[in-house]
Design a protein around this ligand. Structure first.
Ligand SMILES: *Cc1c(COP(=O)(O)O)cnc(C)c1O
Length: 411
C-alpha cells in the first residue's frame, strides 16, 4: 500500500447532501448499453428538439465581434435586462425595472442553488416542496439552512397545503421555494395558491422564490400565470425563468431572476464573487429568443402535446392510466399495478433506505424488461415515492417504441 501524503477529506457540507438515488439505475443502463442493448431514456428532462435557427444565427454573428470576447458584467447586458422586462410586460402585464429588478443567470439552476447562500443564515429554515427539483434542497443544505418540507399531495392537486405548515416552521422560515408549472408533478398553480403563499410570507416575513421554468410549455390553451402578477408579490419575492425549456437552450446556460430588488441585489452581490457573467454572444442570442420569432416555441408546444397524447393514450390501452398534464414535458403517474415482492426488495436495496421503494422497483423493472429508463419518484423527495416520471423529450418514433415496449411488460 502506498502511503498517502495528504489526507483528502471532503467538507462536511458535501457529505450532508442527499445521496444520488439513481446511481444503481444509471449503472444498470450503462451495463445494458455496453452489451449493445438499445435503451430509450425517458429519465432526463432535456429537450431533443434543436435550438431555433434564428437564435443560433445571432450567436454566430455576435461571436465574430471581438467586443464580445471579454469578461461580461455579472449583472448582464442592459439590452438583455430590457428584453426580459419587455417580455414580462407583453406576456404577463408585469412591469419590471431593468436596472434593479432583473438579473440574468448562468442558467436558472445556478441562481436557484445560490439563492440560499445569499439569503439564509445557518440554522434558518427554508420551506421546500416535496417532491421537488433537487437544487432547492441542496442549495439550502450547502448554505447551512434547515429544510422544512411542504408535501405536494395528489389530493391537493400537488399544491402546498399552507395551513399544514406549523407556526414554529413558519416563524423560523426565511425563504420558501415554489415551482409551477411543477417539475416533477406537472401541476399548474392557481391564483389562490400564490395568494395564500403571499399572505403567509407577509405574516411571517418569508421571502418567496418562484421557479417558472415551464411557464411557456402548456397545452390545450392553458396559460400559466406569473407569481409576480399577484398583488404584493414583488414585495415578498422573486421569480426565476429559463430559456432552457422555452427555447430548447439547455446547453447554453442562460436564465434570469426578476422581482424584488433587495433579493436581486443580494444574489448579484454573491455572484460578483463567484462568476464573471454570461458569454456576451449567449446574451445576444437570449435577446433574440425573447424578441424574435415565437413560432418555434408554438411548434415545440404542439410537438410535446402530441407526444403527451401518444403516450397517455397508448399506455391507457395497455391498462396504465396516467393523468394527462396541462403543462411541462413530464408525465407524473402513480406506479401502476402491484409490484411483485422480489422487485420491491431489490428496489429497497437500490434506494438504500428502509420501507421499500415501489417507484425504484418499477423503474428497475422497466429498464430490465423493456429497456426504458423512467425516473423513480423517490428521487425527488419522500413524497415522490409511489410515483414515476416519464419525460417526453425523445423523438416521437422513439416514444412510440417506448410505449410498445412498456405495453408488452404491462400486459
Ligand atoms: C429544467 C429546470 C430548470 C432550468 O434549469 P436551467 O439551469 O435554466 O437550465 C429550472 N427549474 C426546473 C424545475 C427545471 O426542471
Amino acid at each position: 500500500m502506498t502511503e498517502t501524503l495528504v489526507t483528502i477529506d471532503k467538507a462536511e457540507r458535501l457529505k450532508q447532501l442527499p445521496p444520488y438515488l439513481f446511481v444503481e439505475l444509471d449503472r444498470a443502463k450503462q451495463r445494458l448499453e455496453a452489451q449493445g442493448q438499445d435503451v430509450i431514456d425517458l429519465g432526463v428532462g432535456d429537450p431533443d428538439l434543436p435550438t431555433p435557427a434564428h437564435i443560433i444565427a445571432r450567436l454566430k454573428t455576435s461571436a465574430d465581434d471581438p467586443a464580445n470576447h471579454r469578461y461580461s458584467f455579472t449583472q448582464g447586458l442592459l439590452p438583455l435586462r430590457q428584453a426580459i422586462a419587455g417580455w414580462y410586460q407583453r406576456r404577463f402585464g408585469v412591469r419590471l425595472d431593468p436596472a434593479t429588478e432583473v438579473l440574468p443567470l448562468l442558467g436558472s439552476k445556478e441562481g436557484l442553488a445560490h439563492l440560499p447562500l445569499a439569503l439564509v443564515n445557518p440554522g434558518e429554515v427554508v420551506l421546500v416542496p416535496d417532491p421537488c427539483y433537487p437544487p432547492y434542497r441542496s442549495g439550502t443544505i450547502l448554505a447551512g439552512g434547515t429544510v422544512a418540507s411542504m408535501p405536494l399531495l395528489a389530493e391537493n392537486q400537488f399544491l402546498p397545503d399552507f395551513g399544514a405548515i406549523s407556526q414554529r416552521a413558519a416563524r423560523a422560515a426565511k425563504l420558501m421555494f415554489l415551482n409551477y408549472p411543477n417539475n416533477p408533478t406537472a401541476a399548474v398553480a392557481t391564483e389562490a395558491c400564490f395568494e395564500e403563499a403571499i399572505q403567509l410570507a407577509k405574516e411571517y416575513h418569508i421571502i418567496i422564490a418562484h421557479d417558472a421554468a415551464y411557464s411557456e410549455l402548456a397545452f390545450d390553451g392553458t396559460k400559466p400565470i406569473s407569481f409576480l402578477q399577484l398583488p404584493d408579490a414583488k414585495e415578498v419575492g422573486v421569480e426565476f425563468h429559463s430559456l432552457s425549456k422555452t427555447s430548447q437552450m439547455t446547453g447554453w446556460r442562460v436564465g434570469w431572476v426578476c422581482g424584488n430588488a433587495k433579493v436581486i441585489a443580494a444574489l448579484n452581490q454573491l455572484k460578483t464573487h463567484l462568476d464573471s457573467g454570461i458569454f456576451q454572444p449567449v446574451q445576444f442570442a437570449a435577446i433574440e429568443a425573447l424578441q424574435g420569432d415565437q413560432q418555434p416555441l408554438a411548434d415545440a408546444v404542439a410537438t410535446y402535446q402530441q407526444r403527451r397524447d401518444l403516450v397517455v393514450e397508448g399506455l391507457a390501452k395497455a391498462g396504465w392510466d396516467i393523468p394527462k398534464p396541462s403543462a411541462t414535458f413530464y408525465l407524473w403517474s402513480p406506479v401502476p399495478g402491484r409490484v411483485p415482492a422480489h422487485a420491491a426488495l431489490r428496489g429497497l436495496a437500490d434506494a438504500g433506505r428502509s420501507g421499500g421503494s415501489p417507484s425504484m422497483a418499477f423503474a428497475t423493472r422497466t429498464l430490465e424488461e423493456a429497456r426504458v429508463v423512467i425516473t423513480p419518484g423517490a428521487g425527488f423527495g419522500e413524497h415522490g415515492e409511489g410515483f414515476v416520471r416519464l419525460s417526453l423529450t425523445v423523438p416521437t418514433p422513439r416514444l412510440q417504441e417506448a410505449v410498445a415496449r412498456l405495453s408488452k411488460i404491462l400486459s
